[in-house]
Structure formats: C-alpha cells, structure tokens
Design a protein around this ligand. Sequence first.
Ligand code: ADP
Ligand code: MG
Length: 698
Amino acid sequence: MELDQFDIKFLPGVGPRKSKVLNEELSVFSALDLLRHYPFRYVDRTRFYKIRELNADMPFAQIKGQFVHFEKIGTGRTQRLSAAFSDGESLIELVWFKGIRYIDGKYKPGITYVVSGKPSLFNGKLNFVHPDIETLSELPPAEEMSFQPYYNTTEKMKNNFLNSKAIQKLMYPLVKKLENGIPETLPNYILEKFKLMNLTNSLINIHFPKDNQALTLARQRLKFEKLFYIQLDILRQRKWREQKFRGFVFSKVGDYFNTFYSNNLPFELTNAQKRVIKEIRADMNSGKQMNRLLQGDVGSGKTMVALLTMLIALDNNFQACLMAPTEILATQHFATISEQLGDMNVNIALLTGSTKKKERDKIHEQLLNGELQIIIGTHALIEDTVQFKNLGYVIIDEQHRFGVAQRSKLWGKNTQPPHILVMTATPIPRTLAMTIYGDLSVSVIDELPPGRKPIQTYHYYENKRNALLGFLRKQIDSGRQVYVVYPLIQESEKLDFRHLEEGFEYMKQVFPNYKISMVHGKMKPAEKDEHMQRFASGETQIMVATTVIEVGVNVPNASVMVIESAERFGLSQLHQLRGRVGRGADQAYCILLTKYELSSDTRKRMQIMTRTNDGFEISEADLQLRGPGDMEGTQQSGLPFQLKIADIARDNKMLELARNVAWDILEEDPNLTMDKNRILVNQLKKLRIGSVNWGVIS
Ligand code: ADP
Ligand code: MG
C-alpha cells in the first residue's frame, strides 16, 4: 500500500486515540504525513557534558552521574521536588513541579543515570527543570546515537504519550520500510540539474541521518521542494489571474487630482511619496489589475498617497474605498481626508459598525447609485449588503490586521476586480513578502517627511519609575501629551483589564491635576471615540490604553510613549506603539519599562528598540528572533503553507532559486501540459486539497 494511503491509525503503536491526537495536533493522517514531520533538532547522544561545562544558552545537554539527595519543598499546589545530582565532580539541581508522586522514589542512589534537557538559570544558578532521565541501557541504539532526532510535540501530544521519543519510535520502522523506495515528487530533470537527493533517501536521512553530509543533502532537497512548490503555486495563480482578469484602465489624471494637488495639498510631498504615486499610477493605466503592497514606516505619510490615488480613480469615474482595521482609525481617516478635501466637490462617507441604521441605508443606496465617490470604513464595508455602482479601487490600510478571507471579499464588489492597494507599516522583509505575497508588487516609502527628529528610546527597570514620573510631569507641563500602554494578554483579558484600571488609578493619584483618558478593547465604540477625541483635542493630557491604540492613530502633540511590561510585546508591536509619537517636529520619547529578570531574547528586543528606529531593520530582527510562523501579521493572515523545514529568514538564497526555477518552468510551459511536468501538476493538486484559492487574494 502507498504510504499516503496508509491510515496512521493502523500503524503499530498508534491506535484510534493517538491517531486522533496526531490528526488534530499535527494534521498527520497518513504514514507519509508522519514521515513529513521532520525533526527540529538532532542531538549527539555520544557527547556527555560535565556539570561545570553547562550554561543556560545551551538548547540541550546531557550529563551522566548519580542522585545524591531528594527533597520536597513547599506543600499543596506549589510543591516542588528538588534533587541534587552529581557527576562526581560537582552538583546540579533537578526540579519537578508536576508528577512528583511518580518521580519520588523512582530513582535509586548508586545507579548511574543519564540526565538530559535544557539547562536553565534560576536565581543565578543552573538547574534542569523536568529533565529526561534514562539508565545507560535505555539509551537509543548505537546507530541512532550521534543524531538522535527531536520532534516538536504539543502539550496535548505529551499528555497522550506522544513525546518526541515516542514519535521517534513510530518513525523508525516506517523509515525502514522506505528502503524499498517511494514515488518521487520532483521531476527528474530538476533533480539532475540541481544535484538534489531523491525523496526516498532524503526522508530516510532527515529522520536518521547517516552522517552530516547526508543530513545536509536531505535538508537541502526537502527545503527546495517545499519552497519550490509554494512559488510554483503562487506564480501559476498569478499567471492564471492575469489571463482571466483584465484591469480597469484609469487613463487620465484629471480635475480631482489636479485641483487637489495645486490648491489643497497641505505640504510638499516627499520624493518617496511622489515615486510611489507614480508606480501606482502606472499600474492603474497598464490594463492589468493592480495588486500592490505599499510599505512605509509609521508616520511616512501613506494616507496622502491613498487620498491622491483615490482621486485618480474618481477622475476616471470610478468609486474608491478605504478600509481600516479599527473604528478609531477609520474615523480618523475620514476626518483627516474630509478636512483635506475642503470645499472640493467630492462625495465621501464613513461606514462602521456603529453607523446608525438610517445613515447606513442611505450610504448603501448612494454607493449603489454612484452618488458616493469615496467610502471609508471598517470591515463593515465587506458585508454583502454593501454594493457599488462602479468600484474601481480598493485600499486596505494596515493590512496585517485583516484576515485573508475578509480581504478577498472586496474583490467581488465589481464584475471585474478593482485595483487593490494594501498598505502596511509593519514592513515585511523581502524574503517573507515573496513567500506570502508572491503575487503582489511592492512599493516602499523609505523616507520620512522632513523635520522629524528620531524618537529617543530608553529601556528602564522599575527602579527608575520615579525619575520617569518626574520626566512625564515636565513634558506635560510644557504642553505635551503622554501615552501609557499596558499589555493585552489574550488568555486572561480580565487580568489585563485590572492592570489597565490599576494603571489608570495610579496615574490619577500621581497626577491629580491632569486629566486622563482611558481606552481599551472592551469599550463601546462610541465611548472609545469620545475618550480618543478628548485626547486628540488636547483636553486630556494622559492616555492610558491597551494596544487598541497601536494602529495608525495620529495625535501630533503627544511626545512620550510609555510601554508598561514591555517584555510582553513583540518587536513589531513595540515599533508600532512607538510610532504613535514623534509625528510632529518636536523631540519625542519612548520608554520601555520592564521587570528585572529578562530572557536573553527579550533583552535583545529591548536593545534593538533602543538602537534603531528603522522599521525594516526591526522587522528583519523580529523574523530572526521569532521565526516567520510567529511574525505578527502572518499569524492572523496565516501563511499559505506551513513552512516546516524552510526557515525563510535563513534560506533566502534557496527561496530565490526555487522562485527562479518555478518561473522558468512556467515561462516554458504556462499551463503545465508538458509530459515532463506531469509530476508537478499531480503534486500541486495534492498540496492544494482543502486550501483557500490564493489566486483571488490580495
Ligand atoms: P502613516 O504612513 O503612518 O499612515 P500618516 O499618513 O498618518 O502616516 O502621516 C503621518 C503624519 O505626517 C500626518 O500628520 C501627515 O499629515 C504628515 N505628513 C504626511 N506626508 C507629509 C509630508 N510630505 N510632509 C509633511 N508632513 C507629512
Ligand atoms: Mg496610517
């Protein structure tokens, strides 16, 4: 039987219960799926460390020795079991918080054990928390010793006896079976041209490498395969789309644009803004439907680009829409743009979740009969009841906040899809953009409006709080305003809320003479707006908020951003928050407050923040630190494929190669009808089962 037909349930040692867990946790259904669950690390089990050689940066280490002493500390739920373990030279502590009853008494003095796991630092001393413990006879067979595979597992898997070692046990006989060979998934001519290892050998060696060289070759091939099919899929979709849909042609730049440009433009455009507008303009006139990503750091002036290019749509008798992720932001866009349009004869409206029924009905009607030319709003815009007479241009602001399905809905609002511009201040590194948005063209605003001073960023511990308060007082007394942001932890919104309210009370006590606004996600939109408005108009001096404040909000008079528990935020989020200040010509500050004990990653995050204001640098660093799966934005929008083995941050070159190969194939054989490419079509079909139609997603 083919391995991809072999239900995992019937694999010896699996059974219905574990197979269900494997289905749910890893999407592993067949024996082949399991083989495609690659180890994330290999450990040389022939190498034993001395306790004095250990340090907390090691991802894994094993030591050999004997137990000296066991002790239960504390009682009830906080009880822990602590053991002293000796390698004959020095002692180290082993700690258990769970399963104490099971561990206690299990290990005997005088017997040699192998202890393995990640050394960690607690109160300045190294220990192992919940280490693996084996007797010498329990160690893996000799041929697996130099490269013992380690597999990712989840909490639920572990609870069902599917830890890494159990996976290894399931894998071994399967890999043995592979020796008869399994069908190849890449055409021969590609394997030969790039000297790639065949699939059978790659799978064998990714799990149980013969040696380092075989492991490298196996990895290369599997990585290439993954990236290649992603690129082939994206590029094929793009070709398909270009063939199927023509784009609206916006042939002229007319009165709306020109009048605004000569009479209403409040400032000189930066060169970057001018360049980007030209790029968009060229797309709109090309006959192809535009799908463009506009990246520009916070404060780089994307809104003006949006407005000017919407006016081009109007000049060609099309309607335009601008969608923002939050009510606050949509409202602010509406206010700014209405004001900038001034007495120009443009029909513009705002549609959000809190638009009253009567107003909403009117908007629906006027969108349908074409009276409304520009509509600004939240995801209320994508509801089916919103229909246009002639929608020609869609702009999506802060696109990383929107789900893929939401975005794709905007396509259907005209018989022919409108031009699409997605704007983001979370710069996506080129490598990642190529993978997720392989079919988007990219424009970049790489220049801030003149006169901005770089924001000064400081990382403070709690002990500087008093000094900080004094500083805030000075800023406010000189007429400036201040943000204080508290983290939002999804698992416990209640707790957060308490942090925020406590923060609010605290600020009230410290600054009895100032007025304070508070905004959080649980507020009614109207209430939120009111507080925002009071802060924006300068009526309140301090804004205490959760991350709802993160996106786009513009209060140029605010000069300080204080981020409480900054260790809880990701890099791009910190950068976004910081971008709320420094929007005028005056010096602005960002203060990151953290607790004392920080992991080395967190410390790096703080260092990067204090070192640079460059969003692209930050986003590259973010990718390096966290890996793409974690990257803000990609989580919500969802990477189209799970990149198990290809870490796109590091595999830049491989990605380019995969893309070029895919490109060349499609140039020669656009519909993949040639015999030698049949294998590609089959494989694409298999990969696409259950996946979204990525072709119609911007
Ligand atoms: P973002 O790219 O973060 O959306 P905005 O469009 O909100 O940035 O612009 C930030 C601020 O800079 C706004 O107050 C805007 O009016 C101002 N601005 C935009 N472009 C320019 C420019 N060329 N010269 C001066 N100020 C500008
Ligand atoms: Mg913006």
